[in-house]
Design a binder for this molecule. Structure first.
Ligand code: ATP
Length: 137
């Protein structure tokens, strides 16, 4: 079955939105197969965002993400990669429709509260980066 990597970013953890975000994925019908809260190292986020390395906001993004806890999750279900991205909304919250997570809960691109894998291949890479096989159930 298809799996995706969803991460609740520091801004959403600080704002107490963890439960609301989990609730949306549960209510949709996806299955939670792994979850942990941790402060990721800069090395971990440098790898996680490796594809953005050449962009001007990359250093700030990596530094910001490593400052305080995130909640890393693996969700499973039919079409979960694509549907998960639809549920998150656009990268820029200003372009996200109401009803999406970003459309409902945030306003700034640099504080857009959650991450979702953009393809099955990147989901598999991100799940392997964040979780050991023994943590997935
Ligand atoms: P994510 O990977 O977090 O799900 P995404 O795939 O929608 O987001 P990317 O283009 O991969 O978007 O950017 C990764 C993250 O970098 C964004 O979620 C956002 O937090 C941050 N980001 C993107 N563009 C900017 C920008 N112009 N200024 C500041 N931060 C940005």
């Amino acid at each position: 079955t298809e799996r995706t990597f969803i991460m609740i970013k520091p801004d959403a953890v600080q704002r107490g939105l963890v439960g609301k975000i989990i609730c949306r994925f549960e209510e949709k019908g996806f299955k939670l197969v792994a979850m942990k809260q941790k402060i990721g190292s800069k090395e971990l986020f440098a790898k996680h965002y490796e594809s953005l390395k050449k962009l001007k906001f990359y250093d700030g993004l990596v530094a910001y993400m490593a400052t305080s806890p995130v909640v890393a999750m693996v969700w499973e279900g039919l079409g979960v990669v694509k549907t998960g991205r639809l549920m998150l909304g656009e990268t820029d919250p200003a372009k996200s429709l109401p009803g999406t997570i970003r459309g409902d809960y945030c306003i700034e691109i640099g504080r857009n509260i959650c991450h979702g894998s953009d393809s099955v291949a990147s989901a598999n890479d991100e799940i392997a980066l964040w979780f050991d096989d023994s943590e997935l159930c």
